[in-house]
Design a protein around this ligand. Structure first.
Ligand code: CAA
Length: 379
């Protein structure tokens, strides 16, 4: 893919303009106040970015994963905390609901998600199950026409502001661990769904990550997504899409690092000239630029495959592995080019350095991406 269509170019330009005008000036504020401005959430809705993976029938634009990845790069260039909120909402909740939800579930939930009236969350990780996601222990026990959920989820992005969460729980403890898990749509206003501890994170602090507790939480059986005990493959397939989103976030953060590094190198004078004139700095800039170009292509190829309904687990993992490492490489070089000033809050290099770090961890750590890629190519 070497040229965006006219439609995607317009979408990219709208996202870029929004990020420049509304996100960049607010990103440090979001970081310090540890939440996003309500105004930003509203404006994202006006642009239609909550419904990029929701079909028009349910109030979205249906533009899909390639459009989402392009939008996410731009939003994250402005503010990583805003970017991950849009990524999780679209790729970890709207997408699986579109793909695996029944007509009734789609009708009930998607319009609210597409408009941004409800922000979406994804509940997989638990204190005892991170990389080994299938080891989760939250239970869902049938009681009449409800399931009763008990357990604790952690690292729930947007958990404290979400209206709806996709929750994975064990419905059959007597079969191999990945075989007895089901997926449930849980309205966060349901009694027994309790927001617990909020983490004080190293970066993307404007995006709240909280614990969600389920204490005898009664969820209608009609809210089960897909078939009984068949939830784990849904969780994994959904993460393939989510990983493309985080890879796009990585490109956006890396791009911001590159731009900040260039701006600073052009004005910082040492040894009688701007440091951009020194080959040592130029080589850093060249490496950042090249790795970002390669990352962007990996991201867009994986998103394009996903839009075509083709398997893309390996490509998504490759994109996330390479792009997240690139984001951290760019953040490190950006800070280094700023010298001591970059280690302070006088420049955004310091926040970008913190924001980049998580891209190698959430939605499957770097070594999990390697595992997925190796399993795919070795068999
Ligand atoms: N698509 C569809 N199905 C898939 C799949 C995929 N990509 N990958 C695996 N499956 C299916 C398998 O086919 C298998 O199904 P069957 O039993 O029917 O054959 C089942 O899922 C189990 O697969 P595995 O045997 O491969 O499972 P595993 O236990 O070995 O785990 C793993 C594999 C890749 C390590 C997986 O556990 C994993 O991805 N771990 C990382 C978890 C992760 O990314 N967590 C992030 C949570 S979200 C977050 O970060 C917070 C946030 O809000 C941003």
């Amino acid at each position: 893919m070497f040229e965006l269509s006219e439609e995607l170019t317009m979408v990219r330009d709208a996202a870029r303009e929004f990020a420049e005008r509304e996100l960049k000036p607010r990103a440090t504020k979001h970081d310090r106040q540890e939440h996003l401005d309500a105004e930003v959430l509203k404006l994202i809705g006006e642009l239609g970015f909550w419904g990029l993976t929701v079909s028009e029938e349910y109030g979205g634009s249906g533009l899909g994963n390639l459009a989402l990845s392009i939008v996410l790069e731009e939003l994250n260039r402005g503010c990583g905390a805003t970017g991950v909120t849009v990524s999780v909402h679209n790729s970890l909740l709207c997408s699986p609901l579109m793909k695996y939800g029944n007509a009734e579930q789609k009708k009930r939930f998607l319009p609210k998600l597409a408009s941004g009236e409800w922000i979406g969350a994804y509940c997989l990780t638990e204190p005892g199950s991170g990389s080994d996601a299938a080891a989760l222990s939250t239970r869902a026990v049938k009681d009449g026409d409800h399931y009763v959920l008990d357990g604790t989820k952690i690292w729930v992005t947007s958990g404290s502001m979400a209206g709806l969460a996709l929750v994975y729980a064990r419905t059959n403890p007597d079969v191999p661990k990945a075989k007895g898990i089901s997926a449930f749509l849980v309205e966060t206003s349901t009694p027994g769904c309790i927001v617990g501890k909020k983490e004080l994170k190293c970066g993307i602090r404007g995006s709240p990550a909280v614990e969600l507790q389920f204490d005898k939480c009664r969820v209608p059986a009609a809210n089960m997504v897909g078939a009984l005990d068949k939830g784990f493959p849904i969780a994994m397939d959904t993460l393939d899409g989510g990983r493309i989103g985080i890879a796009a976030q990585s490109v956006g953060i890396g791009q911001a690092c590159l731009e900040e590094a260039i701006s600073y190198a052009k004005v910082r004078v040492q040894f009688g000239k701007p440091i951009a004139h020194f080959q040592a700095i130029q080589h850093k800039i060249a490496d950042m630029q090249t790795r970002l170009s390669a990352s962007r292509m990996l991201v867009q190829k994986a998103a394009w495959l996903r839009d075509r309904g083709e398997p893309c687990g390996r490509q998504a993992a490759e994109a996330k592995l390479f792009a997240s490492q690139t984001a951290n490489f760019c953040a490190d070089e950006c800070l280094q080019i700023h010298g001591g000033a970059g280690y302070t809050d006088h420049f955004i290099a310091e926040r970008l350095f913190r924001d980049a770090r998580i891209t190698e961890i959430y939605e499957g750590a770097t070594d999990i991406q390697r595992l997925v890629i190796a399993r795919s190519v070795i068999g």
